[in-house]
Design a protein around this ligand. Structure first.
Ligand code: ZN
Length: 87
């Protein structure tokens, strides 16, 4: 892209009818209660985690355990370790 061409120019010269409707100020609502406004092809979006509550950003070792998926994984990982030791 040449310095004369801005990102905005790229947006308005996109092909018509092949792109979904773009909402420049769509709402994102997180399960922690925080809401964000950003661009999206959906006007309203719900997310499970965001930068305000995700452990990576908060630094808290909080596991997001949905439907016991973490437990299942730990059990499977433990089984694999046992069978590997038998060899
Ligand atoms: Zn959140």
């Amino acid at each position: 892209m040449s310095p004369e061409t801005s990102d905005f120019d790229a947006i308005i010269t996109m092909k018509k009818d092949i792109h979904p409707k773009y909402y420049p100020s769509a709402t994102f609502k997180c399960s922690c209660g925080k809401t964000y406004t950003t661009g999206s092809t959906k006007e309203y979006n719900e997310v499970e985690t965001c930068s305000a509550c995700h452990p990576f950003y908060t630094g808290k070792a909080k596991l997001i355990n949905t439907m016991g998926r973490v437990d299942k994984f730990l059990k499977r990982a433990a089984k694999k370790t046992v069978s590997a030791k038998k060899k």
